[in-house]
Design a protein around this ligand. Structure first.
Ligand code: TYD
Length: 393
C-alpha cells in the first residue's frame, strides 16, 4: 500500500492515556498524520502506534456507560436473533460485554485484549479471550469452540493494523452461511461533518464502503447489506457473507458507493480540500474560544472523549481555555486529559451555576446531552461544538 499524506494534525498523545498527574514526565507524543491510498482509496494514519501502548489493562472506555449505546445494542441483538436465528456469536472487541450479554442463551464468545475489560466479561460468564485478533487466535477459537454463525465487531476492526489478516481470520471462523457485521465510523460522514477528530491513534483506518469492497477482493467475504447509523458521529454497519453464502445481496450497496463517489471519496483532491477545511475549523474554533474568554466567561468540556483529544491537541486548547472536563466515566474522573492536561471531574461536582459554556467533547451524544441538561440551557448556559463547523448552539 502506498499512502500519500493529506492531513497533519500535529503532536498528539495516546488518547486513552488519561493522566494521574497534571505535569507528567515523558508523556509519549507522536505526529498524527493521515494518508490516502490510491489503489484502494483506503484512508489511514501514516504511522501506526504499537497496539500495546493503546489496548492494555488501563483501557478507560466502557461501552456500557452510555444509555444511547446500551439501548442500541439491545435493539440490534433483538433484530439479529429474529432475522438470523444464530446459535453462536463471536464479538471482536467485546469491551465490557454490553452487546454480548444479550446472547446469554446461545454460544457467546468475546475477544478483548484489554485485560481489565476481559476480566469483567469472564466474571459474568462470557468466555473471553484476552488476546489481539489475528489468524492464530481464530484457529485457536475454532479448535476450542468451533465456527460461528455471526461475528460482530463494532469500533474495533478499524483499530487493527493488519487489516487483511483481520478480515481473512474472520472469514476463517465463519460458518458457510455465517455473517460478519462490522460497525465503524463512516468516512463519508467524517468528510461531510469535517469531524477530523475521527482521526486518532486507535483509528488506524476510517472506512468507506468503496474501500472495504476493494480490500476484500481476495478474501472470501462479500458485502450484502449496509446500514447507516448515527452512533459515533455517523457510522456504517456493514454486513458481509461468504462468497457462496446464501444471503441475498441488496442493491443498496451500489447506491451507497455511488453516494460516496459523488462526494469524491475515490479522488485525492477531495482529501486536500478536506485538509483545508480542517485548518479553517481550527482557526474558527480558536477564535470562538478567544472571544468567549475575552468576556471572562467560564468554559468547561462536556465528555472527555478520545475524539476531543485530537481537537484539543491540534487546536492547542488547554486549561487556559477549558477549566475542566466533566465525564460520567468513573475511571476518567480525577485524571487529566492526555497532552493538554485539563482536569476531569464528576458531572455532579462540575455542572453548576458557575458554568457559562460547555464544549461538547461528546458531540456525538448531542441530543442525549441537551435533553439531560435542560436546567443548564434554561438558565442561559450554552454549548459549543466544532461539528460541522465551530459555533455556539
Ligand atoms: P464516546 O462516545 O465513546 O467517544 P470516544 O470514542 O471519542 O471516546 O465517549 C463519550 C464520552 O462522553 C464518555 O467518556 C462518557 C461521556 N459522556 C458524559 O460524560 N455524559 C453524557 O451524558 C454522555 C452521553 C457521555
Amino acid at each position: 500500500m502506498e499512502k500519500i499524506e493529506f492531513l497533519d494534525l500535529g503532536q498528539q498523545p495516546i488518547t486513552n492515556n488519561f493522566l494521574s498527574n497534571e505535569a507528567p514526565q515523558n508523556e509519549f507524543l507522536y505526529n498524527l498524520r493521515v494518508g490516502y491510498d490510491q489503489a484502494t482509496s483506503l484512508v489511514s494514519l501514516m504511522e501506526f502506534i504499537p497496539p500495546i501502548k493503546m489496548f492494555n489493562e488501563n483501557y478507560a472506555h466502557r461501552a456500557s456507560q452510555s444509555q444511547t449505546m446500551r439501548k442500541a445494542y439491545k435493539e440490534l441483538s433483538d433484530n439479529l436473533k429474529k432475522k438470523f436465528k444464530p446459535k453462536s456469536i463471536l464479538e471482536i472487541g467485546s469491551n465490557d460485554g454490553v452487546f454480548l450479554e444479550n446472547f446469554n442463551n446461545i454460544i457467546n464468545v468475546g475477544v478483548e485484549p484489554c485485560k481489565n475489560l476481559a476480566k469483567i466479561t469472564n466474571k459474568i460468564g462470557i468466555k473471553t479471550y484476552s488476546e489481539f485478533w489475528n489468524y492464530n487466535l481464530s484457529n485457536k477459537i475454532i479448535n476450542e469452540i468451533g465456527l460461528f454463525d455471526i461475528v460482530y465487531s463494532a469500533n474495533t476492526v478499524s483499530h487493527i493494523h493488519d487489516l487483511e489478516d483481520a478480515l481473512y481470520s474472520i472469514s476463517n471462523i465463519l460458518n458457510k452461511n455465517g455473517i460478519f457485521i462490522l460497525e465503524d465510523p463512516s468516512l463519508l460522514e467524517t468528510l461531510k461533518k469535517v469531524s477530523y477528530d475521527q482521526f486518532y491513534d486507535e483509528h488506524a483506518y476510517v472506512f468507506s464502503i468503496y474501500s472495504l469492497n476493494k480490500i476484500i477482493k481476495d478474501i472470501d467475504l462479500e458485502i450484502f447489506y449496509v446500514e447507516k447509523l448515527n452512533t459515533h458521529g455517523g457510522s456504517n454497519r456493514v454486513y458481509f457473507k461468504k462468497k457462496f453464502g446464501n444471503q441475498k445481496v441488496s442493491n443498496n450497496i451500489d447506491r451507497m458507493i455511488s453516494e460516496e463517489k459523488e462526494l469524491g471519496i475515490n479522488k485525492f483532491e477531495t482529501y486536500l480540500d478536506f485538509s483545508k477545511k480542517v485548518q479553517n475549523s481550527k482557526k474558527n474554533l480558536k477564535n470562538l474560544f478567544n472571544i468567549i474568554k475575552d468576556k471572562n466567561k467560564k468554559i468547561i468540556g462536556y465528555g472527555a472523549t478520545y475524539k476531543s483529544s485530537t481537537v484539543l491537541n491540534y487546536c492547542k486548547i488547554d486549561k487556559n481555555y477549558i477549566e475542566y472536563f466533566i465525564d460520567t466515566t468513573p475511571n476518567k474522573q480525577g485524571k487529566f486529559t492526555p497532552g493538554t492536561h485539563i482536569p476531569i471531574i464528576d458531572p455532579k461536582d462540575g455542572m453548576n451555576e458557575t458554568v457559562d459554556f460547555a464544549f461538547l467533547g461528546a458531540w456525538n451524544f448531542r441530543k442525549e446531552i441537551m435533553n439531560k441538561e435542560i436546567k443548564f440551557i434554561d438558565r442561559g448556559g450554552k454549548f459549543i461544538t466544532h461539528v460541522p463547523n465551530p459555533r455556539i448552539l
